[in-house]
Design a protein around this ligand. Structure first.
Ligand code: NAD
Length: 352
């Protein structure tokens, strides 16, 4: 059993509190939370959660082995370093840092202090993602060559610090990080090209509020990642093109379908012609039904509890981290390259 604390008790800090107290009681006890806003500490107290009077109190609490940091992004680095130097293991919220250089500094401190440092890439446990990963692992529809991963909303608002550049705002560092982490964990190949179209649509906004990223992997797979806050007709969460079929996952609940090529030879080229108003097409005419088959999606139930369990085992030296610092560093390097590509207005070659 390990004792932990949370620094930053806003929306996500409270989520960690609920999760740890509700689901992680076999390995973690939450001793208390610290936030710079007194009203958040009052709220914690009203739920029967312990509170600290200062950051120093957390750092000096010898019982606390693990600290989760859930502050705005610009505080991730100083707080991570302070916790590591105080002998704590650290779970840092995403984006782990503002850029790759910051992360390298923090990882050097973690190494020096001999402490575990990891990132809360919880979206690796999302049902839609684990379903896509499993279909590709099973090779159900052959080799993938193009993957589209999108999250789309139409709220048109980046609340508070999320709209402020200096505080680590913007959708690339927010949802973009999740989608990059997922795809780079799924595709085991270096990223060799990054293109980025970053939009700032809302009036007066100084950060990217809608983004499209284009990645090319060394093994020939390409991926498009989209985070939209201004989309009023939603597209599927995932659309995956493989050599022998197509996979579509509609939303978070992982509903969707797989259509697989059944028998290429049965299709008579001349039989079906589609006539549009301006002319005929055989290439884009529908495929005869009997030449394809629908395959059932795997039914999976991810267990997010694995995340903190794994960290406890890693602290005890009994397991490797699932979310490894080296993976987080690659993701941050792709983020840096995406900002560079957006600035230059063209894609950037790399090997990450
Ligand atoms: P929030 O604004 O709701 O909460 C942040 C809290 O941190 C606030 O209560 C604020 O008072 C406090 N704070 C600010 N500076 C502090 C400091 N120096 N010391 C202590 N407390 C401080 O923001 P949020 O939505 O909870 O996001 C927090 C972090 O969690 C961000 O890094 C964000 O990217 C991440 N996040 C992750 C997920 C996920 O699914 N993994 C989801 C949402 C947010």
């Amino acid at each position: 059993m390990k004792t932990c604390a949370i620094i930053g008790y806003g929306g996500m800090g409270e989520w960690h509190e609920n999760h740890i107290r509700g689901n992680m009681t076999d390995c973690l006890t939450l001793k208390g939370v610290w936030d710079i806003r007194p009203q958040r500490l009052e709220h914690a107290k009203s739920k029967g959660v312990g509170v600290y009077g200062s950051l120093e109190e957390v750092l000096n609490d010898q019982e606390v082995e693990l600290v989760t940091i859930a502050t705005p992004n610009d505080f991730h680095k100083p707080l991570s370093i302070a916790c590591l130097k105080a002998g704590k293991n650290v779970v840092c919220e995403k984006p782990v840092m503002m850029n790759a250089a910051e992360l390298q500094e923090v990882l050097a401190v973690a190494k020096e202090c001999g402490k575990v440092f990891t990132v809360h890439q919880n979206r690796r446990w999302d049902k839609d993602f684990v379903t896509v990963k499993e279909v590709l692992n099973q090779n159900t529809i052959g080799k993938p060559y193009y993957i589209e991963s999108r999250v789309q909303g139409s709220r048109r608002v980046l609340n508070g610090w999320r709209g402020v550049k200096a505080e680590g705002g913007g959708m690339l560092l927010d949802w973009g990080i999740h989608l990059l982490d997922q795809i780079m964990w799924m595709i085991d190949s270096p990223v060799v090209e990054v293109g980025a179209h970053l939009f700032a649509l809302m009036p007066g906004v100084e950060v990217d509020d809608n983004i499209k990223l284009f990645l090319r992997f060394e093994n020939g797979i390409s991926a498009m990642i989209e985070v939209a806050t201004n989309c009023f007709i939603l597209q599927p969460r995932w659309h995956v093109s493989c050599e022998e079929g197509t996979l579509q996952i509609d939303g978070w609940d992982a509903k969707g379908k797989i259509i697989r090529l059944a028998d290429e030879n049965e299709m008579a080229w001349d039989e079906v012609i589609t006539y549009t108003e301006a002319g005929p097409t055989r290439t884009m005419a529908p495929r005869p039904r009997e030449t394809v088959e629908e395959v059932a999606l795997p039914q999976l139930q991810p267990h997010l509890e694995e995340y903190y369990q794994n960290i406890c085992h890693a602290i005890d030296g009994k397991a490797d981290l699932i979310v490894k610092p080296a993976q987080a560093l690659r993701v941050m390097q792709v983020v840096d390259t995406a900002f560079e590509a957006a600035e230059k207005g063209c894609s950037v070659a790399c090997r990450i």
